[in-house]
Design a protein around this ligand. Structure first.
Ligand code: HEM
Length: 136
């Protein structure tokens, strides 16, 4: 990701973060609609899960200029996800639901270059987690 991409992701996320409960609810509703088999993998409270997801994205964005620290965290998360029963194909559903949520929440402010920056970030995060899961 370029420096400009990092700025785009940061700014758009700051908007969502102010409405994080609502954003997380929108994300999970969309995810379970496009991929219902994912729903039973979540054993806990979805609202609490939404907070974790938003926190994780906050950490990912905060450490964008520190790839080493982020990779260690994502490796651990990727291994844990294998344990939750997450399959590699589920990462595509999560990526689609995430981009849809950003587009729905941000509206016209979600410009093509912002979408490209988020897609690149998600691809990096998911790629690292998937690779760690394979070696678990
Ligand atoms: C970039 C992608 C993802 C990120 C950043 C992420 C983030 C997280 C975080 C931070 C947790 C909490 C871990 C903890 O409490 O220690 C979690 C749990 C979980 N995630 Fe993800 N996740 C991602 C992708 C996925 C995908 C693709 C699935 C597909 C089904 C998934 C399903 C779950 C489940 C089932 C749990 C455990 C929930 C429970 O305890 O009931 N995640 N995730």
């Amino acid at each position: 990701m370029t420096d400009a991409d990092i700025e785009r992701v940061r700014e758009s996320f700051a908007h969502l973060h102010r409405r994080k409960g609502e954003t997380a609810a929108l994300f999970y509703a969309r995810l379970f609609e496009i991929d219902p088999e994912i729903r039973p993998l979540f054993k806990g409270d979805i609202a609490a899960q939404g907070v974790k997801l938003m926190e994780m994205l906050t950490v990912a964005i905060a450490t964008l200029r520190d790839p080493g620290g982020l990779t260690a965290l994502l490796n651990k998360l990727g291994r844990e996800h294998r344990g939750y029963g997450v399959e590699e194909r589920h990462y595509d559903s999560v990526g689609s639901a995430l981009i849809w949520t950003l587009r729905t929440s941000l509206g016209p402010a979600f410009m093509p270059e912002i979408e490209r920056a988020w897609t690149a970030l998600y691809r990096d995060i998911a790629g690292t987690m998937i690779a760690a899961g394979r070696n678990a």
